[in-house]
Design a protein around this ligand. Structure first.
Ligand code: PHE
Length: 384
């Protein structure tokens, strides 16, 4: 560099030597800071190239004609070389960052990012899948129901003990306790106005029949409520309900559908079921269905052993229900069934105490929960 500067002060500067020197320094710069130092040395206000440009003014016109273009070229070349080198640094930095940040998308997600699907959600999904395959649609209804939908339309007579059997949670004040009304008839009527938490999913049968013409082939699923709490009962529990209304249905159809369901759900071909006569106000005849199981050894095994386990209630829809829902019982009949989801989940996945389901204990959920990446499907098996 000294050579070049000296050359300026004595005679014509050695532009080529300066160019070689600056290019070498640019090449040698190890990082962006070093490169910036070279840029300031060369092109900054006090820089070498800028200094030479200033000497143009003192030159003779002939000299200037030669030196002007040379210096302009040098200035542009140095700027360009610096820019190229700088872009190289940026690219290398990006590549290094990409190398560090690289993730192998085929690796399993880290455990701590992973939530779990609650067994109840899982089982609801499995059930919907099985009935969906059998041509059932999925209907919905609210948790807060009217007395009409939950009881009256389902053929529970006024004041019938079956209403009390359901241990209903009513909403609002009980009119029977109102000191201002001692007329039992009017307090009973007022009671019928009260909203309640549905005690079963059967009111969705009513809603569906009132809304759409037959043929109906639906299931509904959801929360249900009764004042009850021990290891096998929780005040909030879940049901899956089915309803078929058509001109010709039979108990044999009902049995076929339920057998197919049980086989698919428990993934056991040898499942054996039995029907016991029962009473529900909204079906006639009514039955409860049990599955054969083995309880020896503290574990319940489905499809073997000498024990029976009740899993659902069912029957042919009572003509009064069909009439109350605005259909002609001479023309239409059907069957219905309702099952406890929580109980069936416990049976399949070995969870003994239903109260744990709703304890919101993350350790329980980690143990019994399902990976959100493994969704149930009929193709790959519902219990993947
Ligand atoms: N709703 C009944 C219950 O909760 C179950 C049921 C549904 C029975 C449909 C027959 C038909 O116990």
């Amino acid at each position: 560099m000294d050579a070049a500067v000296n050359a300026t002060s004595t005679s014509a500067p050695d532009v080529e030597a300066l160019e070689r020197e600056l290019t070498a320094r640019i090449d040698a710069a190890a990082d962006e800071a070093a490169l910036e130092a070279v840029r300031i040395d060369a092109l900054g206000k006090q820089g070498l190239v800028s200094g030479l440009m200033r000497t143009l003014g003192q030159m003779s016109p002939d000299e200037r004609q030669i030196m002007g273009p040379k210096l302009n070229r040098l200035r542009d070349l140095v700027a360009e070389t610096i820019a190229v080198r700088k872009a190289g640094f940026a690219e290398a930095a990006l590549e290094a960052k990409l190398r560090v940040d690289a993730i192998d998308v085929t690796l399993p997600a880290p455990r701590f990012y992973q939530g779990a699907i609650h067994p109840i959600s899982r089982v609801l999904e499995e059930m919907a899948l099985i009935f969906g395959e059998m041509g059932f649609t999925l209907e919905e209804g609210p948790d807060i129901e009217t007395d009409f939908n939950n009881f009256t339309a389902l053929n529970f007579p006024e004041g019938h003990p079956a209403r009390d059997m359901h241990d209903t949670f009513f909403l609002g004040r009980n009119p029977a306790n109102d000191p201002n009304t001692d007329d039992p008839a009017s307090s009973m009527a007022a009671n019928r106005e009260r909203k309640l938490l549905r005690t079963h999913t059967s009111p969705v049968q009513v809603r569906t029949m009132l809304r759409q013409p037959p043929p109906i082939r639906m299931i509904c699923q959801g929360r249900t409520y009764r004042k009850d709490s021990d290891a096998t009962h929780t005040p909030m529990f879940h049901q899956t309900e089915g309803l078929v209304i058509d001109e010709k249905t039979s108990m044999a159809d009902l049995k076929g559908v339920l057998m197919a369901f049980v086989k698919a759900y428990f993934e056991v071909d040898a499942v054996e079921v039995r029907f016991r006569p029962h009473y529900f106000p909204f079906t006639e005849p009514s039955a409860e269905m049990d599955v054969r199981c083995d309880r020896s050894g503290g574990q319940i095994k489905i499809g073997q052993g000498d024990d029976w386990l009740e899993i659902l209630g069912c029957g042919m829809v009572h003509p009064n229900v069909i009439k109350k829902c605005g259909l002609d019982p001479e023309k239409y009949q059907g069957y219905a069934f309702g099952m406890g989801v929580d109980r069936l989940a416990g049976l399949k996945y070995g969870m003994p105490d239903l109260r744990d389901y709703f304890g919101a204990d993350v350790r329980w959920l980690k143990h019994y929960g399902f990976s959100p990446y493994l969704l149930p499907g009929l193709a790959q098996g519902i219990a993947t």
